[in-house]
Structure formats: structure tokens, C-alpha cells
Ligand binder design. Sequence first.
Ligand code: SF4
Length: 334
Amino acid sequence: MAINTEVLSARYRAASVDLEGRRLLITNFLNTEQEKDLSEPPNCGGIGRIRHFRRLVSSSWPLNPLPIDPAILALGLPSTDMIRAQVFQNAACNWRCWYCYVPFDLLRANPDYSDWLSPATLIDRYLDQPDPPPIIDLTGGQPDLVPEWVPWMMAEIKNRGLEQQIYLWSDDNLSNDYFWKFLSNADIELIATYPKYGRVCCFKGFNAESFAFNTSAEPALFDQQFELLRRLLTLGIDLYAYATFTSPSNVDIAEDMRRFVDRLQMLDENLPLRTVPLQIQEFTPVKQRLNQDIYSVLHNQQIAIEAWRHELESRYSSEERACNIASVHLYGVS
Ligand code: SF4
């Protein structure tokens, strides 16, 4: 049965934010399954981890410049193929993507694996390390179950006069309208005008079928992902997109990919140039969550990425495709 996204979003929001105390529920990685997957031990007393973002993913996949290029452009750093980020993870998500690298036990506002923390404590712990990374990454879970998290962090960073030194990056799975429902105009204004912030929105498939297969949510919410991104584009935020292309079916992939890229371009002519496909790779925990043969799902992903490449090659010149992702102009929508 599909997830009831509305019900789950409301439940997890209620369980993971303390509005009066200005605190939110952050995953504590100590003694979790996720801790075993980390290349370095958790930091910040267990509630943070260092992530190395790398441009090169694999030989069969396009490069991933996020958030490397937006961060180095914003901070004036030299070009690089790897950058360190301080990751904080909120302790809830309203979807259950089979390929998620976060164990599902850490996505249900589980008090055993999380702490109530304020943005001030997060920044204190971030600063209290020998070599704080240049990026703070607010990830999930689904950070937008508590959209206040981003403006709270911005206000805290500004209070300390650090807004020119830290690049703030956050994820959004495009699953709800909480940004518009719960943020004040002042919060939205702060986000829209904050100097060094990038936001990446994740499309969980290239058609309704792959979306539902990947997330366990209702297929109709695939369309909603475009509408949610359209609204964010009106704000002029420095926006990017990820897309995952794993699919249970190999029927009409080329045609559906054409339509997917059409729809991105209907939001903004250049949005496909700011969209990065993410390669889903086989590893044991996620394989166990699939009822279907993982090899056909990954094979379909490979067909889809070739279709994606074909679409971009037919729509943009080689110069446009080679452009730094952070310099790709968005025309904006109103
Ligand atoms: S939306 Fe993100 S955090 Fe949630 S299940 Fe999917 S991949 Fe995991």
C-alpha cells in the first residue's frame, strides 16, 4: 500500500520540532547502522558527520558538481573535485525510497537515535572542531518537514557574523508545501536574500511509475514535485535539482525521459542544466528492500541515463552543457 504522505508528514513534523524552544530533532549516529557506513566516525558529539562530496561518481555516469561548484563559487575557493561538508541530518522522512542510504529506523523521529538541539548548539558544535568544513549541509530525512530549520540556521550564522564564510546547503525531497504553510514572510525573505545558500530539490523518478516505485508514495505526487519546484523558483533562490532514474519498467523510457526534460524546461528553459542525475548503486541494505530483481532496475537506470544524455545533447550546445552548473542562468518564473 502506498504511503499516505500527508498523514505521515504531519505526524513526523509534530514529532520533530519544538517551535517554542526553537529546537529540532537531529539524528545521533552513535550506535546506529548508519554509523557503520561512515568513512569517518561521527563528530559534534555524535550528531554530525563529515561528508566528502566528490565530482567523479563512476565511469558510466555524468559528473556530480553539487554542491562543490556552487560552494566554491560562493566562497571564492579554488576549483576542486572534492569538498568536505559538515552534515546534520534531521531525524524524520515522510517517504521510504528503497535506495535510501539512511536506515529506515532513523527516519521515523526515533527518540533512541536522536537529540533535541537548537541551531545555536549545532553551530557551537560545528565550530568546536579543529578544521570546520566550509559547507554546512542540512540533510535528511526530509529537512522540509521542519522548514524553519533553514532560516533558523541562517539567523544563527548571521548573529555570529559568519554568513560570508560558511556555505549553507539543504536538501528538499519536494514532498510537501510546508515551506509555504509554516514559514513567515520574514523567514522566506531571509532565505531568498541570504548570501551563501544553495538548495537542491530531488526528483524521485522520471515518470509517475518510477517515482512511485522509488518512494512508495502515491504516483500522483510525481506531478506535485514539479509544482513545488515551480513555487520555489519564484523566489530567486540558488536552486538545483537531483533526479533518480531507477525504474521497474523498461517500456517507453526514451519517450518518458523526453517528457520529463520537457517538463523541467517548462519550469525554466535552463533547469535541465542545473539538474544532476544521481546514480543508485547496489549495496546490501538497499537490495534487501526490493521485491524486484535489482539487476533489471539498475539496467533500466542505465537506459534512462542514456536517454537523459540524448535529450540534453539535442537541446543544448556542447558549450552550454560544459558550463559551470553554478553559473547556469535561471530565467525565473512568476
Ligand atoms: S526522501 Fe531522501 S531521506 Fe527520505 S527515504 Fe527518500 S532518499 Fe531517504
